[in-house]
Each structure stands twice: as structure tokens, then as C-alpha cells.
Design a binder for this molecule. Structure first.
Ligand SMILES: [Fe+2]
Ligand SMILES: [Fe+2]
Length: 135
């Protein structure tokens, strides 16, 4: 049972974004379990999904921010870009067999994602909800 799990206090009450955040945290939880079990094959299988899903989520979120005319879109995009870059670095280190990289990767993923969801993502939640209601 992973320590990194979704909890309702992470919800920003937008069904698409919450669903994607939940998928991301579930995947990180799977990676945590696999690392704890020393199952490198499972880690290697989960990482491409995590990287791809992260890109999908960030693109969907940035599209929603564009639609609402979010003034901090560029800054938010930069946050996403920084995360993607660090994820690539740590994934590379893991694949090179750096034993500490797995732990660093998990710590980074969990802290960044929870912090980002509770902070920057929550700030635009009300505006995105209004946008979805207009549809
Ligand atoms: Fe975001
Ligand atoms: Fe997000």
C-alpha cells in the first residue's frame, strides 16, 4: 500500500482535472510500491505512462487556462515545464541505475504534485468551474 495516495483535500472540484490528478497520484503510488518491492521492471513500465500522462494533463490544463484567459498562464506553463524537465532528469538517472534516484524521484513527484495542486492549480479552480458551467 503506497504512502503516496490521492486524498479528497486535493480535489479542486473540476471533474476532468481531479480525475487526471488522481491518475497521476495513483501512478506515482504504483511506482512507490514497485520501488519498495525492488521491482525495476514495473518501475520501467510505469514511467513512460507517467511521463505521457503528465504531458496530457498539463496540455489539457493549459488549454482550460487559455479559455478562461488566466492572467498567470505563462507562469503556470513555466511551472509545468520545470516539472517535466526534472522528471526527465530523474527518470534518466533511474534508468542509468542510480540507486538514490528512485527515492529522489518519489520525493520530488509527491511533494511537487501535492504542492502544485493545493497551490497554483487551486487558484484557477473557481474560474475553470465557471467555464464548464457555461458549456
Ligand atoms: Fe497545473
Ligand atoms: Fe494540475
Amino acid at each position: 500500500m503506497p504512502t503516496i495516495t490521492w486524498s479528497d483535500d486535493l480535489a479542486i472540484d473540476d471533474s476532468q482535472i481531479d480525475f487526471q490528478h488522481r491518475q497521476l497520484l495513483d501512478t506515482i503510488g504504483d511506482i512507490e510500491d514497485a520501488l519498495a518491492a525492488g521491482d525495476q521492471r514495473r518501475v520501467a513500465e510505469a514511467m513512460p505512462f507517467l511521463r505521457q500522462y503528465t504531458l496530457t494533463h498539463f496540455a489539457d490544463e493549459e488549454r482550460a487556462l487559455q479559455l478562461i484567459g488566466w492572467p498567470q498562464l505563462d507562469a503556470h506553463r513555466e511551472l509545468h515545464r520545470g516539472f517535466t524537465q526534472r522528471l526527465t532528469e530523474l527518470d534518466g538517472a533511474c534508468r542509468r541505475g542510480d540507486l538514490t534516484a528512485g527515492t529522489m524521484l518519489l520525493g520530488f513527484l509527491a511533494a511537487w504534485l501535492a504542492g502544485h495542486i493545493r497551490g497554483a492549480d487551486r487558484e484557477f479552480a473557481a474560474e475553470v468551474r465557471k467555464l464548464r458551467q457555461r458549456k
